[in-house]
Design a protein around this ligand. Structure first.
Ligand SMILES: [Zn+2]
Length: 154
């Protein structure tokens, strides 16, 4: 996974289509994006600032919140700490399940352990992928629906 905090590695995505794939047991929605470089957007020296970027697809000036490098690294570290502190209960619960053996208690413990494993994965995922740039909260709903900051495929 790309952990770079380089703004040049991020694009403004505009939704151009959604397609759903139906399988026997599941339906997955795939979103197609038109990606545009963020141009001259730079990270602030400190804190978070709001700037706007022109979307070449719809001609709208989309407001973005951009974190400084320090803020991104701090957020990732916090998620990492969450990940590690969730690892312990996950292991303990799975261990209990094996010690208790098969039965209702073991089943409950396994389900609990599984839930913690899931949360651990989510926290570590967030730790690795926080880009430190997103569509600003003040941006209208309609615009937030069709725009997203995406990792560049370049
Ligand atoms: Zn757009």
């Amino acid at each position: 996974m790309d952990r770079s905090t380089d703004m040049a590695k991020l694009d403004l995505g505009h939704v151009v289509g959604r397609s759903t794939k139906h399988r026997i047991n599941s339906t997955t929605t795939v979103t197609q994006w038109a990606l545009y470089p963020l141009g001259g957007v730079r990270r602030p020296a400190d804190g978070t600032y709001v700037t706007s970027v022109y979307c070449r697809r719809c001609g709208r000036a989309v407001r973005l919140s951009v974190d400084s490098e320090t803020v991104v690294l701090k957020k990732r570290r916090t998620w990492g700490i969450w990940g590690w502190s969730l690892t312990c209960p996950a292991l303990v619960m799975i261990l209990i399940a094996f010690v208790v053996g098969f039965g209702t208690a073991a089943g409950g413990s396994l389900i609990g352990g599984g839930a913690f494993v899931l949360l651990t994965g989510l926290a570590f995922g967030a730790a690795a992928s926080d880009t430190g740039a997103r569509i600003a909260k003040g941006e209208p709903r309609a615009s937030r629906k069709i725009h997203e900051i995406r990792r560049s495929l370049r």
